[in-house]
Design a protein around this ligand. Structure first.
Ligand code: ATP
Ligand code: MG
Length: 399
């Protein structure tokens, strides 16, 4: 069984000092895990990873796996050539013949010569390769600045040739920065928030507060779909679905109407904290953006922050809706997020919510509600769904 070769570029990892090995090891693990059950072998050589992946793995699957793995800035399907001028030219012609190089288009050749013992320097080797291009495509022209096509040749211990390079996500490999709990609603923001923290190396599980029948089964299905969409960027995740109908009704019946959202958010923080502690997470991640809605003013967020001793990360705090939407489109969550099923905040939203709560007063009101046993019960009755690193739901049948 033959293998195909992918050359993978690391971005920020290459700036790491003493810890670099740890980051690289995790990245290799993350890639291999995604390409399970296909055999893959990943070696490294100075700022590059070389992944040999079973030919049986479909190209689209490998590309999706690499495109969604944080820590990779770019990758290309590469071919190894014999380490001689003639060997390189012969291999280049073979690759070019089945590439998307076309007469009439522009191209450039890039040669990186790490092995200074190689007889030709980079410039001379590039000229030889350009001649090879012209021999196959006499009507192509060179454009060094904005070429439509690029042929790259890296001369290291081995020689690697590739045309075309796909962009990666950048960032750092997930599972290098500890664990967090993402509060995942059905909206546009929270999937993006999860994606952003995963790109900074966090491993995430998600929590969804479900208030059936106020929120329908379709709302839950939507959140599960969002979990499966972001799963590849997160290396898989578990989705904890907390039944919160009783909690919502209790707040509605026993609290001040204009504080309902704040009280719900306080209960969410306390529930999330319990689940975080049971699952080794150090932080809670939300999709809040400053002043987006009444519960996201500085006063309101200071209050919700004070309801947990865990670190609360809000990666979207400084972004506007357009910026968030753009990211949501890029990661493919937008179309699902805009499906109409209401989430429970909307159903129980007060008409005139408090926007500037006094922290101590709101804390006292929450304490007076006495929700400990309701929260404990919700945690006990939480259901878990799991998604693998390619976004497939793991069920009893396929586990
Ligand atoms: P999103 O912010 O995801 O677009 P939204 O705008 O409807 O959804 P908000 O009411 O703005 O959500 O809530 C802010 C944040 O609180 C969300 O980004 C999410 O992190 C969390 N959150 C809200 N509702 C829920 C819920 N039902 N389950 C889990 N987390 C929730
Ligand atoms: Mg929001």
């Amino acid at each position: 069984m033959a293998d195909k070769l992918y050359l993978i570029k690391e971005g920020e990892i290459s700036l790491k000092g003493g810890n670099r090995n740890l980051f690289e090891k995790q990245l290799r693990h993350n890639i291999k895990n995604k390409l399970r059950p296909y055999h893959s072998d990943i070696t490294k050589q100075k700022g590059r990873l070389y992944a040999r992946i079973s030919d049986e793995a479909p190209d689209e699957l490998v590309e999706k796996a690499l495109k969604t793995t944080p820590g990779i800035t770019g990758f290309a399907r590469a071919h190894q050539a014999e380490k001689s001028v003639d060997g390189i030219i012969a291999k280049a012609k073979e690759i070019l013949a089945s590439s998307d190089f076309r007469n009439g288009d522009t191209f450039r050749v890039t040669v990186k010569r790490e092995d200074k013992a190689f007889p030709l320097n980079s410039h001379d080797m590039a000229c030889e390769l350009a001649d090879a291009v012209f021999s196959l495509f006499p009507d192509m022209t060179v454009d060094l600045r904005h070429p439509q096509h690029t042929l790259t040749c890296e001369i290291r211990n081995g020689v690697y040739l590739y045309t075309g390079e796909e962009k990666g996500e950048g960032g750092l490999p997930y599972a290098t920065a500890g664990k967090g709990m993402l509060l995942l609603s059905g909206g546009i923001d929270s999937p993006v928030a999860g994606y952003m923290m995963a790109k900074r190396g966090m491993k995430l599980d998600a929590i969804y507060f479900h208030a059936y029948p106020y929120t329908s089964e379709l709302a839950l299905e939507k959140v599960k779909k969002l979990a499966s969409i972001i799963a590849p960027y997160l290396g898989g995740l578990r989705l904890f679905v907390v039944p919160f109908t009783e909690g919502q009704e209790y707040i509605r019946d026993h609290g001040y109407e204009e504080e309902a959202t704040l009280m719900f958010r306080a209960a969410m923080m306390q529930t999330a904290e319990k689940l975080a502690k049971e699952n080794g997470a150090l932080a809670i991640v939300t999709g809040e953006a400053l002043s987006q809605v009444a519960s996201q003013t500085l006063d309101a967020m200071s209050f919700t922050d004070s309801m947990t001793e865990l670190l609360v990360l809000r990666p979207l705090a400084g972004m506007d809706k357009e910026e968030i939407t753009e990211k949501a489109r890029r990661i493919g969550s937008y179309e699902t997020s805009i499906l109409p099923y209401e989430d429970c905040c909307v159903v129980f939203s007060p008409k005139h919510p408090v926007t500037r709560p006094v922290k101590e007063v709101a804390r006292k009101h929450f304490e007076d509600l006495g929700m400990d046993s309701i929260i404990d019960k919700a945690v006990r009755e939480t259901e878990v769904y799991s998604f693998d690193p390619m976004g497939r739901e793991i069920t009893d049948e396929n586990a």
